[in-house]
Design a protein around this ligand. Structure first.
Ligand code: PMP
Ligand code: GLN
Length: 406
C-alpha cells in the first residue's frame, strides 16, 4: 500500500527549526532571537515604492526571468560592489527568495545521483534541496570555533560524481567570512574537478571589518559560479521573498529552467520596489552596516557578560555562542530549556548539521533586532544565569533532550 504522506526524500528533514522555535517563542512569551528575521521594518521609502507599484497597476505576472528594471538594478549593484559586469537579460534570474534560487540550482543542474559538496553548519534548505533534486549531499565539517575550510578535507570528499560545490559567506550561522586562502582553495578545486560553484552571498552587505568579496572574482571562477543574493537581508524585508541568481548565461539557463516551473516569477510589485532598493546610494548601505555593527557589539558583549563564550562575527547577523558552562547535554536541550525558563528563543545549530554532536555546545542568537529587543533578551539571559548559579536548574539536564529535534 502506498504511504499517504511525506515521501522518503523529504521525510528525514522533519519540520524546519525556524517554524518550530518561532512557535515555542510565541508559546512561552519569549524574546525571539531565533529565526533570522528583523523585528523592525525596512526603509519607509521602500515601502512607499511597493505601495506605489500596487497603486500603479503592477499587479500581473512579471517577466519570467525577472522584471527588466530589476535585473538591470541587480547587475548594476553587483558591478558596483565587485567590478564584474553581467548581462541583465541573460545572466540573472529573479526568484522567490534565495531559498527558491537554491532549489532551482539543484533542480536545474544535477542529475540523479550527482554529488553536491557543501559545508556544515549549513543553512537548512541546502540539504533538503539536494534531496528534492535527487542528488547526494556530501558534507564537510567546519570545526568550531574557527570554521575554516581545509583543502585536504575538501579533496577527500570529492568523487567522480561530485558536480557542485556550495559555499556561503558571510556565513550563517558562524558569522565567519572566507579568507583569501579559502577563496583560492575553492577556485583551485572547482577548476581541477570541473565543478559548478554555488556561492550563497545573501549576507553580502552585512560585513563589519573586511568588505565582502564575491567568489566570482577568483581566477577561473566567474564562468563556473552562480552567485545568490536576497533583498530580504539587505533591506530588512525578509517576508518580501525577492532573491536572485547571477551567473554566466549557460548556468543562468539551468536555474531558469527550474524557476519557470517552480514559481514562474516573484511578486511583481515587490520586484518594482526591489529595483528602487538596489539603486539606493552608498550612504544607505554604510548606515545599514553601522546600525548592524552596533547591534552586533551590543549582542556579543552582552552575551559574554552573561557567561557565554562568543567570538565577534565578521559578517551576517548571527552570533554563535558556546553555552557549555550551563551544563546541558546538547544544543537542543539548552534551547528548549532557555525558551521555557529564560524566555529567550535561540536556534540550536544542530539543525544546520548532519553530525549533530558537533553542535552540542553551540547556540545561535540572531541580532537583527531593535537594540531594546537585544537589551531585553540580555536582561533575561542575565537573570537566567543568576538562577542557574543559584542552582535552580539543577535537574535541567535530565529529560530535556531532543524535544525540538526535527
Ligand atoms: N541562504 C542563507 C545562508 C540564509 O541564511 C537564508 C535565509 N535566511 C537564505 C539563503 C534564504 O534567503 P531568502 O529569505 O531570500 O529565501
Ligand atoms: N535563514 C533564516 C535564519 O537562518 C531563516 C529562514 C527561514 O525561516 N526559512 O534564521
Amino acid at each position: 500500500m502506498r504511504t499517504l504522506g511525506v515521501n522518503t526524500r523529504l521525510k528525514p528533514f522533519g519540520a524546519t527549526i525556524f517554524a518550530e522555535m518561532t512557535a515555542l517563542a510565541v508559546k512561552h512569551g519569549a524574546v525571539n532571537l531565533g529565526q533570522g528575521a528583523p523585528d523592525f521594518d525596512g526603509p519607509e521609502w521602500l515601502k512607499e515604492a511597493a505601495i506605489k507599484a500596487i497603486r500603479d497597476g503592477r499587479g500581473q505576472y512579471a517577466r519570467m526571468t525577472g522584471l527588466p528594471e530589476l535585473t538591470k538594478a541587480i547587475t548594476t549593484r553587483f558591478e558596483r560592489t565587485s567590478g564584474l559586469s553581467y548581462d541583465p537579460e541573460r545572466d540573472v534570474v529573479v526568484t522567490c527568495g534565495a531559498t527558491e534560487a537554491i532549489l532551482d540550482c539543484m533542480l536545474g543542474l544535477i542529475e540523479p545521483g550527482d554529488e553536491v559538496l557543501f559545508f556544515e553548519p549549513f543553512y537548512d534548505s541546502y540539504i533538503a534541496s539536494v534531496a528534492m533534486a535527487g542528488g547526494v549531499p556530501k558534507v564537510v565539517t567546519l570545526e568550531a570555533p574557527e570554521f575554516r575550510i581545509s583543502e585536504a578535507a575538501v579533496r577527500a570528499a570529492i568523487t567522480p560524481k561530485t558536480r557542485v560545490i556550495m559555499v556561503n559567506s558571510p556565513h550563517n550561522p558562524s558569522g565567519q567570512m572566507l579568507s583569501a586562502e579559502e577563496r583560492s582553495i575553492i577556485a583551485r578545486v572547482a577548476q581541477e574537478f570541473d565543478l559548478v560553484v554555488i556561492s550563497d552571498e545573501v549576507y553580502e552587505e552585512l560585513w563589519y571589518e573586511e568588505p565582502h568579496r564575491t567568489l566570482a572574482l577568483e581566477p577561473g571562477l566567474r564562468e563556473r559560479t552562480i552567485v545568490l543574493g536576497s533583498l530580504g537581508k539587505s533591506f530588512s524585508f525578509t517576508g518580501w521573498k525577492v532573491g536572485w541568481a547571477i551567473a554566466p548565461a549557460n548556468l543562468a539557463q539551468a536555474v531558469r529552467s527550474a524557476h519557470q516551473f517552480a514559481s514562474f516569477c516573484a511578486a511583481t510589485p515587490l520586484q518594482v520596489a526591489a529595483a528602487t532598493a538596489l539603486s539606493a546610494p552608498d550612504s544607505y548601505f554604510e548606515e545599514f552596516r553601522a546600525e548592524y555593527r552596533a547591534r552586533r557589539d551590543r549582542m556579543v558583549h552582552g552575551l559574554r557578560a552573561c557567561g557565554f563564550e562568543c567570538d565577534l562575527p565578521k559578517g551576517s547577523y548571527f552570533a554563535l555562542a558556546n553555552h557549555a558552562r550551563f551544563g546541558f547535554a546538547d544544543d537542543f536541550a539548552f534551547c528548549r530549556h532557555l525558551v521555557e525558563h529564560g524566555k529567550v528563543a535561540a536556534i540550536p545549530p544542530g539543525a544546520f548539521y548532519v553530525n549533530k554532536a558537533k553542535a552540542a555546545s553551540l547556540v545561535r542568537f540572531a541580532f537583527c533586532k531593535k537594540l531594546e529587543t537585544i537589551d531585553a533578551a540580555l536582561e533575561r539571559l542575565s537573570l537566567y544565569r543568576d538562577r542557574f548559579e543559584r542552582g535552580e536548574f539543577a535537574q535541567h539536564s535530565e529529560g530535556a533532550i531532543g524535544a525540538v529535534r526535527a
